[in-house]
Write a protein that binds this ligand. Structure first.
Ligand SMILES: Nc1ncnc2c1ncn2[C@@H]1O[C@H](COP(=O)(O)OP(=O)(O)OP(=O)(O)O)[C@@H](O)[C@H]1O
Ligand SMILES: [Mg+2]
Length: 424
């Protein structure tokens, strides 16, 4: 009957373990998908100053790699932690109940062991950050190069770029090697101490068994508890090392997740009508990334129901003025006003949906031509409206000549249509 009970307990623990594993996996994946989506949404709402300070490849690495760390932490580490704590505390109790003296001897080295783990944790914590940073940099470089293939090939820079990428990865590799070395060292030191402890326990235990002060059965049981204790301790140590490595990355991910843009959506007026009187009043502006370089100095003009062309030398600040009109930035001094209302008092979405912007280097998405035309107003735009807009921009004729007309996809970055066609 005891055999049956033991068998049943094993079966139950087997099934529970699988069940817990599935639950942890599902919970972690669901949570991380939500976090990634939230992160992406938050990234999309940041101000332009933020994007100037971060390379897009670096951000995508944060989005995918750093959150991957978070996931493995949620899925595996938390599960291991639960097991390790139960094992550690349970076996500690069992040891002290079976034989307090031996238990004291067995746990004597643990504080020292823990100190070693703490030191190693600090080291891997530092290198974990460097690892993530170098990986993000390598990713940033790759994305940049792959996005500018024409320039790279036209300048026969393929090998140079490959070498640049290799250098980035090598840097990453060196950091990994250092991390692995410290961790190996820790494991050796820790195992050495544990072995020493095992010998001491064996000597004292056997001595007592021979002297008849301790039954062989209790000693065997004690040793079983001790090995459980050791397992629990090393899992805890491992978790600590992993944790120190990931904690800072996780922290940075969360920081990015909670970052508030300096130009925020969702506040301000939404006037019912828009006449279109634009006033630029004594505006001075410097980019956030170059505070000392005043690009616009005391610029003023009024545009009311008329066409205004801004002329100036290259680098004079024409594009910058356009960016202020979209309120990608706020001026340091002065104000922009629409129908007499300061931009800063207007709802950002409302303001931007009143303005059409054609960039110096326009971007088309890999959607159909009609979806691209209606990108600024995706809901409730009729086919007729889209066609009318295309005709007004003298784009209708060449669109009709494309294979699928308005349903044609210009391809990523619009490679299948000309630069001039794109601007239209
Ligand atoms: N993102 C930026 N961060 C910092 N400085 C910038 C940034 N963009 C432009 N500048 C600086 O602002 C100045 C004005 O640039 P801007 O792009 O507005 O010139 P532009 O008049 O449009 O020139 P072009 O006729 O060549 O298009 C330049 O001196 C440039 O160095
Ligand atoms: Mg320009």
């Amino acid at each position: 009957p005891w055999l049956l009970v033991v068998a049943a307990m094993h079966a139950a623990s087997w099934i529970f373990e699988i069940g817990v594993g599935i639950l942890f996996a599902l919970a972690a994946h669901t949570a991380i998908t939500r976090l990634r989506t939230r992160m992406f949404r938050n990234l999309l709402q940041q101000d332009m100053g933020f994007y100037e300070a971060h390379v897009s490849g670096e951000l995508s690495s944060r989005l995918i790699n750093d959150s991957g760390m978070l996931q493995s932490f949620a899925q595996f580490t938390s599960q291991e932690l639960l097991q390790a704590v139960v094992r550690f505390i349970g076996s500690l109790f069992a040891m002290f109940l079976t034989h307090p003296t031996l238990a004291l001897l067995a746990t004597l080295v643990s504080p020292l062991n823990w100190l070693i783990v703490r030191r190693a944790g600090a080291i891997s914590g530092h290198y974990g950050v460097v690892q993530q940073e170098t990986l993000a940099k390598a990713n940033g470089a790759a994305v940049e190069v792959l996005g500018a293939m024409r320039t790279v090939q036209a300048n026969t820079a393929e090998l140079r770029e490959a070498r640049r990428f290799m250098r980035q990865l090598n840097h990453f590799l060196r950091v990994v090697v250092v991390t692995v070395h410290t961790q190996t060292l820790v494991i050796f030191a820790q195992h050495g101490l544990s072995k020493l402890r095992d010998v001491a326990v064996l000597a004292l235990g056997m001595h007592q068994v021979v002297a008849g002060e301790l039954s062989l059965g209790s000693f065997v049981a004690f040793n079983t508890y001790l090995s459980l204790y050791e397992q629990g301790f090393s899992s805890l140590a491992n978790i600590w090392l992993n944790l120190s490595e990931t904690l800072i990355s996780i922290g940075r991910f969360l920081q990015l997740l909670e970052r508030q843009p300096s130009i925020a959506f969702g506040t301000g007026q939404r006037p019912a009508e828009c006449r279109g009187k634009l006033e630029v009043r004594r505006v001075s502006f410097a980019y956030p990334s170059a505070r000392d370089n005043l690009v616009l100095r005391n610029v003023s003009f009024v545009a009311d129901q008329c066409v205004v062309a801004v002329v100036g030398a290259s680098g004079a600040g024409k594009t910058t003025l356009g960016r202020l009109l979209e309120r990608f930035y706020d001026p340091q001094e002065g104000a922009l006003l629409l129908d007499g209302v300061d931009f800063r008092d207007l709802d950002l979405r409302w303001l931007r949906s009143r303005i059409g912007l054609v960039e110096q280097e326009p971007a088309l998405f890999d959607l159909s031509i009609s979806e691209n035309i209606a990108y600024g107003a995706p809901e409730g735009t009729t086919t007729e409206q889209i066609e009318a807009a295309a005709r007004a921009a003298f784009a209708h004729d060449f669109i009709m000549e494309l294979d699928h007309g308005y349903a044609a996809r210009p391809g990523e970055r619009g490679v299948r249509i000309s630069g001039g066609q794109k601007q239209r």
